[in-house]
Structures are given as C-alpha cells and as structure tokens.
Design a protein around this ligand. Structure first.
Ligand SMILES: Cc1cc2nc3c(=O)[nH]c(=O)nc-3n(C[C@H](O)[C@H](O)[C@H](O)COP(=O)(O)OP(=O)(O)OC[C@H]3O[C@@H](n4cnc5c(N)ncnc54)[C@H](O)[C@@H]3O)c2cc1C
Length: 465
C-alpha cells in the first residue's frame, strides 16, 4: 500500500509535469496501460506524469471505504481489499482498468443490476482541472457540478488524482448457476424477473450477466457470494471460462473463488483471445499462464494495428479486410430482444455479452432526480442492459468507413439507447451533443477548463484527436 506520503510525492510530480506543458499545448495523459479501443492521434508533446498516482493509499475496513490514487488499477485495489473480505461494489472485468478510467468512462459489471456503476460508489474525488488546480468534488460540496459531470467526460474536464470509493462485503466463493435459454424472449423475461426479485428459483442472486451464442442458445449466469466450501473450478490455465457456461438444457452449477470470479473474463478477454490462437489446446499448453490476461492481448492488438497482420492474413486467404466492431451499447431491458434479433441478423458477430444495470437508489444528495449524471442520461428506477461485442466483420467493397458501426449507432438511437465512448464513434455533432449532454458539458467546461487545455468530448471520441 502506498500511503499518504507516496501519494503526495506522486501529486507533486503530476503538478510539475502540468507546469512543464507549454501554455498553448494540449494537456494529455502519459500513461502506460489503456483500455481505450479508438486510435488516438500520435503526439510528441509531453504529457501528465501520473506514474505516482497508481497506488492504494489506504483501506478503512470499518467504514468500508478505500482511498486510492486515480490511476490505481482494479487489480491492485481488489488484491488489497479481499484480505478484509471486501471488494469494490463494481469491479470492471479487465484487470488494468483504473478507478479514474472506470469512473470517467462508465465501467460496468455483473453487480450493476443492484450496485449501479463505478461512479456511484465514489464518495469524493480530487481532480486536476484544465486550469491546473486540484479541486475536491463531492455530491454536496462546492464542486458538486464536477462530481455529477465527471462520469462519461473521459478526461475532458480534468483527471482524477485521488478517489475515495465504497466497498462491500463479499464471500470467499461465488456459486454460479448457468441458465440456458432457447429463445431470446425467455431470456429477456427471466432477466427482468431476476433484476426485480434479486433471486431465481428461491436462491439469492448477487451477480448477473449473460452470454448469447445464437438466437436459440443464450445463458444467464447467476452468482451468489458464499463462504461454504465446495469443489472449485479454475479457468486461469487449460480450461476456458466462457465454454464452461454452455450446455444442452436447464441449469448447471459451478463454483469459483471470489478472486477468480471477479477476473473470470480477463484471462481470455471474454472470448477475444480466440483471435490470437490462445484457445487452441496445443497453443494454450505452451502459452505462459501469466500472459493469459487482457493487458497482454492489448500488446498483440498494438502489433496487429502497426503491421496490419489480420488484414494481411485475410488477404492471403482471399478474404476481404475486416471492419472492427468493438463496442458496448446499452438499451432499455424491454428492448433487448429486439436489439439482439436485429444484431444477429445484420452484424454476424457472436458471442455477445449482456449485463443488466440500474442506477443506485437513493440517489446521492444534490442529484437532479430526472438526470442525475448529465453526460450519460440513464433514468432512475429503469433497468437497462449493456450489450458488448468485440470482433470484426468483412468490409464490403467501396463501403463507407465504419458501415457496420454506423448501422449499430442508428439502431441504438432508434431504441433510445446509448453507446460507450471508449471505441470508435461516428455521430454527427448535433446528435452527439443531444445524446451525451452537450449543453451540460459546455457549462462544466467553462468553469473547469476555460482555456480549452483539455480536448472536447466530441473531438476526443468521434474525431479521435
Ligand atoms: C474491448 C473492451 C472491452 C471493455 N469491456 C469493459 C467491461 O466489460 N467493463 C467495463 O467496465 N469497461 C469495459 N471497457 C471500457 C473501459 O472501462 C473504459 O474504456 C475505461 O475508461 C478504461 O479505463 P482505463 O483506466 O484503462 O483508462 P484509459 O484507457 O487509460 O483511458 C480511458 C479514458 O479515460 C480517461 N481517463 C483515464 N484515467 C483518468 C482519470 N484518472 N481521470 C479522468 N479521466 C481519465 C482518459 O483520458 C481516456 O479518455 C472495455 C473497453 C474495451 C476496449
């Protein structure tokens, strides 16, 4: 654990690096890991030195809170909290996602149907704004506007340097039930019931997500935290977690340590490690276990982008180059079947990840009851489903750039949904501002970044500047 003085030193380094950036230059992060999928414009300009802001500062087991640097990864935070029988209320699936990244970039996980999103667990945040000041944002303090405006701002209002976040008690194990569905309608109905009742077949549900392999093969995975001992599975080596979910009919059970449950999707980056051959049994036997993790696949992706490996291999097989479709979208739970049926017909990608979410109740003091988090408008007391798909589709000759991605944007907007902004986006400016609270962002920008030292949200996410 880093402690207060290490944090102070890290903060000094950050402020010195801010001062070293010429006044007419953009302020950007200089950070080693990322879980952003959109390509960013290359730059030689010096960035913010956040290297000293990656530590857990302290854990308060009695208050059930953790105080962490803004660039602390969930992997490090979970390692520090589990010995106390505690975990963050929402732990995004990829180990190198940081607290600051998940709060500003709308992280999500299988506890989100009851615990909301990572930013809802934030008690207070210190933020380096565009003006170079450090301000403390809380729901009822003088910077409450920044507290509520920070989620989905992706670093356009400032960078969080320190976050106090709530923790919750967890069992030592998670007992899993995999429930098979033969129609998407049945899956939707059951998901609605579980979100409302927080149980299935008389047994409590603490964690809920799902996987769609095809219209007639989909699953909900229900997790229950427990301290009861029992046989445990291990998907960090030979066996592949998402394959363990599949079966012909009814319900199957499994059990993981809480640690392995929280990181179940990281080992194979959901299922995306397939593209690198890591699920081929022979290759897997030779693959070093410590490199079965999403941060290593990111390195492979960087190589693919640099050398166009995927497109070259496709060309050798006489296949067209691919359009990357790496997106998470969210629609209302009542529309999930309609979206999935459309998607399976139009965009030939499977599997698909499902994760229901609801804002926490009660809302924090000072929240606007109609639009608590202005830059990503989810309504209180409504349930939504995050749908994740991460692959590529063949490019049609002469097609417009991002054809499949644009079709998805249109369908999601037609259903009144949104998409996460970590990947490519193609919206026109007016629609983008409408969807992501442009008027509110302008207000926050004029207070926290009046000189435009930080990029705007549209420039960053759509224009990829
Ligand atoms: C393929 C893929 C799958 C994903 N799946 C999931 C998922 O299942 N669950 C989930 O929760 N998320 C998922 N994400 C999204 C991820 O949570 C967001 O992209 C998140 O912002 C990444 O955080 P990071 O810490 O890696 O930040 P980075 O990737 O380094 O940065 C992301 C953005 O946040 C800004 N930022 C970073 N740190 C800070 C800070 N301290 N303060 C302010 N702004 C900051 C950066 O400027 C940048 O705009 C996925 C992303 C990808 C590419």
């Amino acid at each position: 654990m880093g402690g207060e003085s290490a944090y102070r030193e890290g903060l000094e380094r950050l402020l010195a690096s801010y001062r070293a950036i010429p006044a007419d230059a953009r302020v950007r992060l200089a950070k080693k890991t990322s879980n952003l999928f959109r390509a960013r414009a290359a730059t030689d300009a010096p960035g913010l030195d956040v290297s000293g802001l990656g530590e857990v500062i302290s854990i308060d087991p009695a208050a059930r809170t953790a105080d962490v640097g803004g660039m602390c990864t969930y992997e490090d935070l979970v390692a520090a909290t589990l010995p106390f029988g505690l975990a963050p209320t929402v732990v995004p699936q990829l180990k190198t996602i940081t607290l600051g990244g998940a709060v500003t970039g709308m992280g999500i996980e299988s506890s989100s149907f009851r615990a909301g999103l990572p930013h809802e667990a934030v008690r207070s945040m210190d933020i380096l704004t565009g003006t170079g000041e450090i301000v403390t944002a809380t729901p009822d303090g003088p910077h409450a506007d920044l507290y509520f405006g920070f989620p989905n701002s992706y670093g356009t209002l400032g960078y969080s340097t320190r976050i106090t976040v709530e923790l919750e008690p967890v069992g030592r194990y998670v007992e899993l039930r995999h429930v098979r569905f033969h129609t998407l309608d049945d899956l939707q109905d059951t998901m609605i019931d579980i979100v409302d009742e927080r149980e299935y077949d008389g047994e409590r549900v603490d964690y809920l997500d799902g996987v769609v392999f095809s219209a007639d093969e989909s699953y909900l995975v229900l997790g229950r935290g427990t301290d009861e001992d029992g046989p445990l599975s291990d998907y960090t080596g030979r066996d592949v977690y998402y394959r363990s979910i599949q079966h012909a009919d009814g319900v199957t059970r499994d059990r993981l340590t809480t640690h392995d449950y929280l990181w179940r999707w990281d080992t194979d980056w959901f299922w995306c490690s397939r593209a690198f051959g890591a699920q081929n049994p022979t290759v897997r036997r030779l693959w070093p276990k410590q490199l079965l993790r999403s941060s290593f696949y990111w390195k492979l992706i960087a190589l693919d982008r640099k050398w166009d490996i995927g497109d070259r291999l496709a060309a050798r097989k006489g296949e067209p180059p691919g359009e990357r479709v790496v997106q998470d979208i969210e629609v209302h739970i009542d529309d999930i079947t309609e979206f999935l049926e459309w998607f399976l017909e139009e965009i030939p990608i499977e599997p698909i990840w499902l994760c229901p979410l609801r804002l926490r109740e009660p809302l924090p003091p000072g929240a606007d009851p109609d639009r608590p988090w202005p830059l990503y408008p989810l309504e209180p007391r409504e349930t939504y489903v995050n749908v994740g798909f991460w692959s590529a589709v063949p490019k049609q000759p002469g097609q417009i750039e991002g054809r499949a991605n644009r079709l998805i944007e249109e369908k999601v907007s037609e259903l009144g949904g949104h998409k996460s902004l970590y990947s490519e986006a193609f919206y026109e400016r007016a629609e983008f501002d409408e969807l992501y609270g442009g008027i509110h962002l302008e207000k926050y920008k004029s207070r926290y970044d009046p000189e435009d030292r930080l990029l705007g949200l549209y420039d960053k996410t759509v224009r990829r500047q």
